[in-house]
Every structure is written in structure tokens, then in C-alpha cells.
Design a protein around this ligand. Structure first.
Ligand code: ATP
Ligand code: MG
Length: 523
């Protein structure tokens, strides 16, 4: 009798196990998050399968709910109805037609972010849904609603908004497909109106007819003219990438010192006006680290309109450890012109120099000195070079070569009373817990066009070394040759990761929670 009972128990356990895991392994392989509902009289059992196979055991029963066919279930974060992982599921409870079903701590807690999908229980058969397991098990995978989710499987678009250049391309690629001068706002072109591609160049739109007008929609990395930016983004989508924004999820960059309200506005614009299926807004500092395969480190960004230093630990950004410096490429180009006007070259020739030529001089001839005061005093430490202007004239540079980028380290040379970029980096490091400091300073990542000056990485290292002397930290500066594109490349890398799936803010989440949800969703 005992034998018969134990066999019966084993059989029952096997049957239960079979019932609990409908093709679980297959789903885990795909890294999918799926909700299964089991109909049993009037009770529906909701089972959550985690994404990325995070839980190695059988799915956890989140709660037992009574749900009449035809109800809309809004699965959305924590609620008093949900049972915690490991707890005994609560007995069946009445479930309103649109109520919250939640999860507890740990892995399931992490999943809360993605649980803003809408499922519709249409009938026992879950019309439109796929059945899993045999019919008598009656495990039903419910259909996800909304076209947005079809677009989620596609490669994401990555856009890096810069004060000088806006770069757009596809996740997983090593460089952006389309780079547009942010300052040359393209005119509204007929191609965009008709949703056909035009020939877009860095200077603007090729088929629009009208010339691009000069504006500065981004100042110090912060969007100030939204209309101009929307126009620019339209061009990037339709003419640069040649696709409609509804087709792909979008990762957008955000300057570290941007007011957080900017992110809300970005969500509003992209979900409302561009109808993207999903959005992620990422800090440029974090993306710079990502481009070097790091999530911990010190991001030192020197771009065109602004420079920043940001300490980041395990992907966590400390706002109070973020410092902004208003010395960057635009100001250095202007400074270059001022320095040239004081040089021994023909003043008439210098006054006639185009801005683009001055920028070329800066990029080709300048370097960061390891000993500014010493080199300034000693002529033997100044190495003259000649530069040929586009109209065939020659200009000579000597000390201007290292005087131009020096304001990055001594902003007072541009009448700014901010500390230099190395001191800001040091201050940023002071704001993080002691146990993180070593890891952060050991992964100092340079990014942005203005970090490309020869000698910049070495000077940064020697200045930090002097500031941290005797503290026992090992300073390591990561200066990739393509670091002027590091932010875009980091975004491309991050958005192509499978694990990035739960980082998207989906259209449904936006509709449900509004633009303010960006603060919960993004770091
Ligand atoms: N090789 C180089 N040497 C010095 N400066 C350079 C070099 N290449 C580019 N720059 C400068 O870098 C700036 C552009 O940098 P970047 O593309 O990182 O800026 P951005 O992303 O458009 O702006 P920001 O991030 O500041 O909003 C320009 O001012 C350009 O003159
Ligand atoms: Mg930038």
C-alpha cells in the first residue's frame, strides 16, 4: 500500500512539474519574458518566466487571481495582490478588470521594469496567442498587444546629440550612418514631407533647395531650441537613416549636467511626435565608459560646447560627482584665432581666416604641453610649424600650438574661474565612497573631439598623479584612437546587448505612467 502511495506521489509530482514548465528551457534560451496564464475553473494562475534565464528553477507563481475572460490585465509593478518570491501564493482574490499584479524583491523585483505590457484575456483559447504544451495542460501564452512590440525585435537606432555634431546610426555598428552638423539646421525639405530620402550631408539637406540656416539648438550640451532639434532628428531619420521613427527603438544620449526635465521632454517628443516604440535616454559619461567595455570609471569628456567629468560605479552615476566645464572645442577655436591675431603672421591674412580654417589649424597643429609655464619661457621648447590655408597662404605657429588647448587645464586663460578639467576629475573622485575610488581612477576614459589633442592623455595622467600622490591609487587613462565618437559607439554597444532589453521605456509605459516615468526608468 505504502509502495502504491509513493508511486502515486512520484507520478503526481512529475505531472505537476510537467505542468509548471511548458517549454521553459526553450523560452529561457530565447531570453524572453513571458507571462503564462493557466485557466482552472474561474481561477487563473499567472506565471512569470524571467528574461535572460536569470532564474534557473521553475517559474514562480506570482499570484492566483480570478479573472473573467475578456478582462484587460495591466501588469505593472508592485501591488498588494502580488506574492513575494519564495512566499506561498495567496489564495484566489477578486481581481478588477484593470489592476496591478506585482512582484517582490530580488530577480523578480528587477523584472518590474519590463512588466508594463498589456495582455488581453480574450477567451479560453486566448485568440491570437500561441498555445504551449498539450491542450489538456491548457497553458496559454497570451498575445502581446500593440504594434510597438513588433518593432522591439529590430536593431535600435542610436542618436548622440552634440553641440557640434549629431550622430545617428544603428546599434551594433562601429560608426554612425549619418553625421549632421547640429549648428546647420537643415531647412524643411520636401523629402521629409513625402517621407522619401534626400541626400543628406554633414552640412544639411541635399534636396531641400533652401540653404541650411545657422542656429545653435544645443548650448553647452543642453537642448535649447526643441523645434530646431525636432527638424534635425526628422532629417536624420528620414534622410540619413532612411526609415520611419516608428520602426525602431531609440537610444538617445543626454549630457551629464542636463536638467532632468530635459529627459521628460525627450520622452514627450519621441513618443508623441515621432511615435517611437521604445526609448532609452543614456548619460554620455556612462556611454563613454561603455565604449571601452566599462561600467565603472571616471568619464572625462571634452566636446565642442562643454566638457564634463563623471564618476561612475557599476553603472551608477553620482550626480554630485558630476562636474561641468565650459571650456571645449568652440571656445578653443575662438582662442586659437585670438592667439593667431597676436602672432607675427600677416594680420590681414589672419583677419580673413574662415572659422573652419581656424578649426583645421587647431586640429592639425596644436598639442597639450606637459609643462606649460616652462615651455612658455623656453623658446627651445617651442616647435614651430607652418600651415597652408585653403587659398594657398602660409601661417606659422610656435607657442600658439600649446597655448590653444591649455584653457582645458587653466580655464582662467579664458577668463573663467572654474578649476581645470584635472582638478574637476579629482573633485569628482572625492565625492565617491573610498572603496570605489581605486576602480574609478584605474578606469579613466577620455572621450570627445577636444580630448584628441596630442599630449592630452599624458597631461591628464601626470596631473592626476600629482594630485593623488601617495594615496596608493593606480591611475590608468584609456584613450581610444576613435574617442571623438566614443559616446555614440558606447550607445551602439549598449543598445545591441541582449540584456539591454529591460532598459527600454516602452510606449505602453509612457502612455500608462507619463513622461515623468523617465526618472524611475533611467539612471
Ligand atoms: N583632432 C582634434 N584635435 C582637437 N580638437 C578636435 C579634434 N577633432 C575634433 N576636435 C574638436 O572637437 C569638437 C567636437 O567634439 P565632439 O564631436 O565630441 O563634440 P559634440 O559631441 O558635438 O559636442 P558636445 O559633446 O560638447 O555637446 C570640435 O570643437 C572640434 O574642433
Ligand atoms: Mg558630445
Amino acid at each position: 500500500m505504502g509502495n502504491y502511495n509513493s508511486r502515486k506521489k512520484v507520478k503526481k509530482a512529475k505531472q505537476e512539474k510537467k505542468e509548471k514548465c511548458p517549454d521553459l528551457e526553450k523560452e529561457k534560451e530565447k531570453g524572453r519574458l513571458v507571462i503564462y496564464l493557466k485557466k482552472n475553473k474561474s481561477t487563473i494562475k499567472a506565471v512569470l518566466l524571467p528574461p535572460l534565464g536569470k532564474l534557473s528553477h521553475c517559474p514562480k507563481t506570482l499570484s492566483l487571481i480570478t479573472l473573467p475572460p475578456g478582462s484587460t490585465v495591466n501588469i505593472f509593478g508592485r501591488s498588494e495582490l502580488g506574492s513575494r518570491r519564495g512566499e506561498v501564493p495567496r489564495p484566489p482574490q477578486p481581481f478588477p478588470s484593470s489592476a496591478r499584479l506585482g512582484a517582490g524583491d530580488g530577480d523578480i523585483q528587477k523584472m518590474r521594469r519590463i512588466l508594463t505590457l498589456f495582455f488581453l484575456v480574450e477567451s479560453d483559447k486566448a485568440e491570437g496567442g500561441d498555445s504551449l504544451g498539450s491542450k489538456n495542460q491548457r497553458w496559454i501564452k497570451l498575445r502581446q498587444f500593440g504594434g510597438a512590440d513588433n518593432a522591439m525585435g529590430k536593431v535600435a537606432v542610436v542618436i548622440d546629440n552634440g553641440s557640434c555634431f549629431t550622430r545617428a546610426g544603428f546599434a551594433g555598428e562601429d560608426k554612425p550612418k549619418s553625421v549632421l552638423k547640429t549648428t546647420s539646421m537643415p531647412p524643411t525639405c520636401p523629402a521629409v514631407m513625402r517621407e522619401i530620402p534626400c541626400h543628406l550631408t554633414a552640412a544639411g539637406c541635399g534636396t531641400g533647395g533652401a540653404r541650411a540656416s545657422k542656429t545653435h539648438p544645443l548650448r553647452h550640451g543642453i537642448i535649447t531650441d526643441w523645434e530646431a532639434m525636432e527638424n534635425l532628428w526628422s532629417h536624420l531619420f528620414f534622410c540619413g537613416l532612411r526609415l520611419s521613427p516608428e520602426e525602431r527603438p531609440l537610444l538617445m544620449t543626454d549630457s551629464p549636467s542636463c536638467p532632468t526635465t530635459n529627459r521628460e521632454k525627450v520622452a514627450e517628443v519621441f513618443f508623441e511626435a515621432f511615435a517611437v516604440p521604445a526609448l532609452h535616454v543614456a548619460n554620455t559619461g556612462l556611454l563613454s565608459l561603455c565604449s571601452c567595455g566599462r561600467v565603472t570609471g571616471l568619464a572625462v569628456e571634452a566636446g565642442a560646447g562643454v566638457s564634463h567629468v563623471t564618476s561612475i560605479c557599476a553603472g551608477q552615476i553620482w550626480r554630485e560627482a558630476t562636474y561641468r566645464l565650459d571650456v571645449a572645442g568652440f571656445f578653443l577655436s575662438k582662442h586659437m584665432h585670438t592667439l593667431l591675431l597676436k602672432s607675427s603672421n600677416d594680420p590681414q591674412l589672419l583677419y580673413a581666416l574662415q572659422k573652419t580654417t581656424v578649426t583645421q589649424v587647431k586640429k592639425q597643429c596644436c598639442y597639450v604641453s606637459m609643462d606649460y609655464e616652462g615651455d612658455l619661457q623656453d623658446k627651445a621648447h617651442q616647435f614651430p610649424v607652418c600651415f597652408k590655408t585653403p587659398d594657398g597662404h602660409w601661417i606659422t605657429l610656435d607657442k600658439e600650438r600649446f597655448c590653444c588647448p591649455e584653457p582645458l587645464f587653466q580655464p582662467k586663460l579664458l577668463d573663467q574661474n572654474s578649476p581645470g578639467i584635472h582638478l574637476l576629475a579629482f573633485q569628482s573622485l572625492q565625492k565617491v565612497p573610498d572603496e570605489c575610488k581605486g576602480d574609478i581612477i584605474g578606469n579613466t576614459v577620455l572621450s570627445g573631439g577636444s580630448s584628441m589633442f596630442p599630449g592630452f592623455p599624458e597631461r591628464m595622467c601626470s596631473e592626476l598623479d600629482a594630485l593623488l600622490h601617495g594615496k596608493g591609487y593606480r591611475i590608468k587613462i584609456l584613450a581610444a584612437p576613435k574617442r571623438s565618437m566614443a559616446v555614440w559607439a558606447g550607445g551602439s554597444m549598449a543598445a545591441s546587448l541582449k540584456s539591454f532589453r529591460h532598459m527600454w521605456m516602452r510606449k505602453g509605459e509612457y502612455q500608462e505612467c507619463g513622461a515623468a516615468y523617465v526618472h524611475k526608468k533611467f539612471n
